[in-house]
Every structure is written in structure tokens, then in C-alpha cells.
Design a protein around this ligand. Structure first.
Ligand code: FES
Length: 132
């Protein structure tokens, strides 16, 4: 299993992110409300640098032709075509059948550590379709 030190916890406060190199690829590590998540920095739509997008929220149907803003800070919006992804699960909100690969992240002695059995592959689309 590959282990990649992302940095100290103090380097990655809530609301921040950091890109790290995993083999030949980039992975974005996010701190969402004190929990760490990691996503492959390749959008399953058209390969955009997903993890460089705006960290935001999304809208939710509130009935009666109303929408409400929810989940601020839990969503990343791809900078190329604005597909929205749940940072925790990698699931796409815009197209629920698509996901981006996620990685476990842990904290060891104050350091944020990403773990992976296998680095992302070129054109990695193996985990995009999990069904709706
Ligand atoms: S490449 Fe990400 S939304 Fe199109």
C-alpha cells in the first residue's frame, strides 16, 4: 500500500485543500469541517482538473417551486463545465451515475496521510459508473 504524506494538520485547516502528486497523477485532499477526503484530480466528464474547482454548496428542491442552498463547503465544482461533486463520496450531483475515485485519508502523529493500493491510471474511468 502506498502512503503519501499530505502535510501537517495545521497546513490543511477546515475549508482548505492541497494537491499532491501520487505517482504520475494528482490527488486533491480536502478538509471539510475537520474531516479529510481525497479525490482524483481528473473529472469523469471530460478530464478537467476537478480539484482546482470552487468549493461550494448546492441547491436542493424545497418544494412549492422553491430551492434552498445547502451543504456549503461540501461540494467541489469542476472548473471546466461546473459539474458538482460531493467531496466525501466522490459522487457527482450533476450526473448521479458518475463518480470520481476517492482515497482513504488518516491522521498519524499530527500528519495527514493518504493511502492507496494503486495510483490512478491514465484515463481512469473504472469507478465512474456505480449505477444510479
Ligand atoms: S470536465 Fe469537469 S465538468 Fe466537464
Amino acid at each position: 500500500m502506498g502512503r503519501y504524506v499530505v502535510g501537517r494538520m495545521s497546513d490543511l485547516p477546515p475549508g482548505s485543500r492541497r494537491l499532491i502528486q501520487v505517482g504520475r497523477f494528482e490527488v486533491g485532499v480536502f478538509n471539510v469541517n475537520g474531516k479529510y477526503y481525497a479525490l482524483n484530480n481528473r473529472c469523469p466528464h471530460a478530464g478537467g482538473p476537478l480539484c482546482l474547482g470552487e468549493v461550494t454548496g448546492t441547491t436542493e428542491d424545497a418544494g412549492a417551486y422553491r430551492v434552498v442552498w445547502v451543504r456549503q463547503g461540501e461540494i467541489v465544482s469542476c472548473p471546466w463545465h461546473a459539474w458538482e461533486f460531493d467531496i466525501a463520496s466522490g459522487r457527482t450531483i450533476t450526473e448521479p451515475t458518475k463518480t470520481v475515485r476517492t482515497y482513504p485519508v488518516s491522521v498519524e502523529d499530527g500528519q495527514v496521510v493518504l493511502e492507496t493500493d494503486t495510483p490512478p491510471r491514465a484515463g481512469d474511468r473504472s469507478e465512474q459508473s456505480r449505477g444510479a
